[in-house]
Design a protein around this ligand. Sequence first.
Ligand code: GAL
Length: 352
Amino acid sequence: MKLGKRLIVCVISLGLIVGSLSGCGNDVQEEEVKSIKIGVTVYDQYDTFVSQLIDRFNVYASEKEAETGVAINIEVYNAADSQPTQNSQVETMMGDGCNVVCVNLVDRTEPKTIIDMAEKNNVPVIFFNRELVAEDLERWEQLYYVGAKAFESGIMEGEIAADVFKNDSAADKNGDGIFQYIVLEGEAGHQDAIVRTEYSVSTIIERGVEVEKLNYAIANWNRAQAQTKMTQMLGEYGNKIELVLANNDDMALGAIDALKAAEIAPERWPVVVGIDGTNVGLEAVKNGEMAGTVYNDKEGQAKAMLDLAYELSTGGSLAGLDMEDGKYIRLPYAKVGVEDVEEYIEKSEMMP
Ligand code: GAL
């Protein structure tokens, strides 16, 4: 979708026809239980994982609407990587009478403006995917976080890599018994990037595989940036690279794009492992380009967000939600290899 000057990228009216594109609606006060309004702002609408998560969120909203008879109106804004833009989007959504606002923070260290607005307007906020520090989440009682168990993803990625090294002698290209690796990292300072890099490497070592780090590069979760960085590292290390640990699937795919562009025969490729299980990532596991991925449960996270937003908006109970400390919902990850990839592809295809 082309970005214009308007901040609203998408308005979905499920059930009730919302009269105008510029607001969340106008009759929430009188019909609170019949109609709710949920505002969502994402840090970057072009992020593959986040956009697939929001697709799921919309699907679950339609299902919830059919199940409960409550009209659920959702607005999705794109903050386009600007925290000030996101702050003003939240202000707009609160002014429009949204019952709950879901925020995928641009800068996870800068939630203060949004938290202050939330408290002032008495509108609960569900932060998701980009985790703020616990002290910030404690600033007001109506703040929540939905995400994943971050450290698990790194451990599982490390397990996949270690298993390949132990079971396939071809992975050790120079036969020195050491796994020479590079890391493609997400954004600097992002909780998932930090934790995934650390735990993937420490897990490989714990599993008894000796490793040698050749280099790392920050590619901001982005396929094109990862291709550029991988091309540079191929120039420097060439065939010495035996393992690419990517903090997400898009960057793993960027590395593969670089290998293809360099016309390196697939049997000479390093082992490439990703995280997310996006549709394209699963395809790459299926066709053997990636050794495996770690499923970041977008369905579970989207459903948890929707259920929580629904209960908060309708004054329902949070008792049925699997919450930690009354504030956090964290979904588990799962390892995906070629043997079980089909199951995950089916899970993804069941969704539009
Ligand atoms: C991670 C995900 C990445 C990217 C990032 C954005 O959890 O694995 O692909 O979407 O969130 O915050």
